[in-house]
Design a protein around this ligand. Sequence first.
Ligand SMILES: Nc1ncnc2c1ncn2[C@@H]1O[C@H](COP(=O)(O)OP(=O)(O)O)[C@@H](O)[C@H]1O
Ligand SMILES: [Mg+2]
Length: 225
Amino acid sequence: MLKIDKLSASIAGNTVLRGITAEFRAGELLAVVGRNGAGKTTLLRAIMGLLPVSSGSVSMEGTEITRVAGHRRTALGIGYAPEDRVMFPTLTVEENLRLPCEVLQLPAAEVDRRLARVLEVVPQLKEMLGRSGAALSGGQGKMAALGRALMVGTKLVLLDEPFQGLAPVLAVQYAESLRRLHQIAPELCIVVTESNRSLLRDLPDATLTLERGELVVAPEPAGTH
Ligand SMILES: Nc1ncnc2c1ncn2[C@@H]1O[C@H](COP(=O)(O)OP(=O)(O)O)[C@@H](O)[C@H]1O
Ligand SMILES: [Mg+2]
């Protein structure tokens, strides 16, 4: 569905992504694992059009989007939950969730339908809907960011280090949400980055490993020999 071909990107003169070639397939729960500074966030930002790429291309369902503006990628059904969440503090959680759909000018009935699906996937959000975006704990913010990404990510969702810093109980709930999502939306491609692969346990169907801006062939997981 999403194809990345020899993608390179630089930040402040330093090459951060080096010739990344990968394909994200419909229905896949894919992990992108790499230590801090490996380029995980940069890769997701490049896919979202939030960072200029120096060479290579990104295409979605056969259409090249390398130079398509970020907001138009959202319209293609790509949702993104950044590492640092960024809920608007002056809006309620519900308004934060609805906002990206309103920007896309989706019909109200469609936005309601999507919100209902999000609440099915992340039931913990129900009691947070009326709260201010500023009144969430870190873990609640991650849940809300997942919900917001799902409001527009009908084909692909990119989740940047969602398990990082989550209390164990919330991490279990978050993983349950992703499993539920995988079942409810079997065609959706879910991409999760993580620096600590063990936090993902058996969640991913496949794992890509990023080292210093390059994809490497992953070592065999421990215990397979
Ligand atoms: N705003 C920035 N200015 C300068 N360098 C940056 C910036 N953002 C990221 N980098 C550099 O890009 C590399 C990849 O960063 P990042 O994509 O954030 O890695 P990860 O998400 O895997 O921790 C790192 O070496 C980092 O120092
Ligand atoms: Mg990062």
